[in-house]
Design a protein around this ligand. Sequence first.
Ligand SMILES: [Fe+2]
Ligand SMILES: [Fe+2]
Length: 339
Amino acid sequence: MQLPVPRGPLTDRLFAELARPPHAFGPPPAGPYGDPCGDRYGDEEDAQLALFVCYELHYQGFDGVDDRWEWNPSVLALRERLETWFEGWLARRVSRPPAPPPREVPRALAALVASDDGPSLSAYLRGRGDAAQFREFVVHRSIYQLKEADPHTWGIPRLLGRPKAALVEIQSDEYGGGRPERMHAELFRATMRGLGLDDSYGAYLGSVPGVTFAISNVMSLFGLHRRHRGALLGHLAAFEMTSSLPNRRYSQGLRRLGGDAGARRYYDEHVQADAVHEQIAAHDMCGAFAAEHPGLAGDILYGAACALTLDRLFAEHLLGRWREGRTSLWRADAQVSMR
Ligand SMILES: [Fe+2]
Ligand SMILES: [Fe+2]
């Protein structure tokens, strides 16, 4: 995967440093970048991409970027500033649900999901979206779905007992249960090929806006910090609890647009799998974790609320742009490269 084109002073500076062998560098000064504790830290597009690239050093890395950058103190110091900014960004957009009694966590998660009244991207793509819009949707989703499940896997060594077994059970399905061709990331690659898109990891980093990076960044933030383990589990639960029905609609939309069974398999698989995963996630994982860590029940709900809010912001972005007859991708003139 190549580093994408920088979007501002933060990524300009970071990418220039990463192109060289690992070394110490100072964090960008507060001045032109704003205050990391305020609403702005550089431009939002710039900051989301910079954070995404810092995190990606822990996943697949980049061509031409030395692997030793992963634990370089200067990168970690910059990442910490970006995370401070991003945690504030989340706090301003996501209202923290009241902490439920631990045994009420599964019910509280269900109520939170049921109360979500964001616009339905899946209803639009089932009934009205055109092929170009469906392709754009898949380009956005590829940023996460080509590493589907990886951020939540950071949670496994942070758990014990029943919640750990539940998380591993879910992740095992996400990773294909020992069959590489059934890995959800691989099924998604088939969807991309079916739509004539480039299915290589990170091919569209340069094509998506900050809100799409934020969806991945929140998972990495929760996954890479043990103090956020409650939020990580709540985030996964919200994902699983809001998946089955929308994925049925995505499959129906893709069939309407001529997608064959191979291209639709990713969505069809999730209709079944996530109907099971949502039960495991809410009860065996989050419910059991809350019983063991009553003080983290509120974090579980907050993580779920973050997932729902980002999904809403994402849907509003895409539907808003399409309503105006514009592309939802980064830069109005972005050309999505085809295979
Ligand atoms: Fe999945
Ligand atoms: Fe799932």
